[in-house]
Design a protein around this ligand. Structure first.
Ligand code: ASP
Length: 333
């Protein structure tokens, strides 16, 4: 008869599950994404009612801290928390020239004193969300850290694609433009690959990081490559993140001429997405931005319900995933 051995850990009470954060798409498994998209769909239905507020997160506190400018992300997180009846507080900073690690730590300690349940943070430095996770007891949501990650953007993009095209698996998405400085591109490459889509990055060689294929995507330096995709995802030229004096492209005008997404470069029926803010006439032709096949407004609408789903998921301890990422020191932006 097999011997049954009792291990010491079996006699101990179950450990507290680790505090959950959403810092990177890498925190998620496919089933987490499916659960979040399903929750977002339910919230979307709830918003069709006349009374849009749900009591779900009554008594919870959500703090939004934005060290970088934002329109869509900050407003949708705030509205998402309000629609779920949470108390919200928004702190904006235009960034500062003081030692960012030190000032962020102080801000985190100050906010932590109010015992918030969730802190949503956007910061120009990679690793800022992990630092706040270390100094507060809140669940942390990364609303964009430097050029690293913007996980809720990728989730709302997946949601938009799923709702508009009926599936994600097997679709071909071309991401065009300044991939080098784009946290949206990084999060989307991971998220789309996780859900079984094919991703091709298209842009001038200096704006496509070397070796990025290792993330599970293809690369093309020919703008014509976008014609083969089901979805064309356009990125902004993120000049605020470009090293001073670096010439990634000869000029914006030249960029537009060679890489701008124009009606002529698209095939009919292709869907076009953009995370915003758009620079019309630079990376995207206004005709493309306003066409019926552009999903840009749908993306904004999806942002609200997806962020409601993320807050709900973190606070109701949904199953698995969204684990605390390893804490590391703030790195270079
Ligand atoms: N809004 C997006 C971000 O925060 C994209 C952009 O700024 O171009 O990364």
């Amino acid at each position: 008869m097999a011997e049954i051995r009792v291990m010491r850990e079996d006699l101990l009470p179950p450990k507290e599950p680790p505090r959950r954060h959403l810092i990177s798409i890498g925190d998620l498994q496919r089933e987490d994404v499916e659960r979040l998209l399903g929750t977002a769909r339910n919230f979307e239905r709830s918003l069709e009612r006349e009374l849009k507020k749900l009591p779900t997160l009554r008594g919870k506190t959500v703090v939004n801290v934005f060290y970088e400018s934002s329109t869509r992300t900050s407003s949708s997180f705030e509205l998402a928390a309000k629609r779920l009846s949470a108390d919200t507080m928004s702190i904006k900073s235009t960034g500062s020239s003081v030692d960012k690690g030190e000032s962020l730590k102080d801000t985190a300690l100050t906010l932590g004193a109010y015992d918030p349940d969730v802190i949503v943070i956007r910061h120009p430095q990679i690793g800022a969300p992990q630092l706040v996770a270390r100094y507060t007891g809140a669940h942390i949501v990364n609303a964009g850290d430097g050029k690293h990650q913007h996980p809720t953007q990728a989730l709302l993009d997946l949601y938009t694609i799923q709702e508009e095209l009926g599936r994600i698996e097997g679709l071909h998405v071309a991401i065009v433009g300044d991939v080098l400085h784009s946290r949206v591109a990084r999060s989307n490459i991971q998220a789309l690959a996780l859900m079984g889509a094919r991703v091709t990055l298209v842009g001038p060689p200096p704006l496509i990081p070397r070796g990025i294929e290792a993330m599970g995507c293809e690369v093309s330096y020919e703008i014509d490559a976008i014609k083969a995709a089901d979805v064309v995802y356009v990125l902004r030229m993120q000049q605020e993140r470009m090293a001073e004096g670096a010439n990634y492209v000869p000029s914006l005008r030249e960029y537009t001429a060679r890489w701008g997404v124009t009606p002529e470069r698209l095939r009919s029926g292709q869907k076009v997405m953009h995370p915003g803010p758009m620079n019309r006439g630079v990376e995207i032709d206004p005709v493309v931005a306003d066409a019926a096949d552009a999903l840009i407004e749908q993306q904004v609408r999806s942002g609200l319900v997806v962020r409601m789903a993320v807050l709900y998921d973190l606070l109701t301890h949904g199953p698995a995933g969204v684990q605390a990422a390893a804490v590391h020191e703030i790195g270079a932006a």
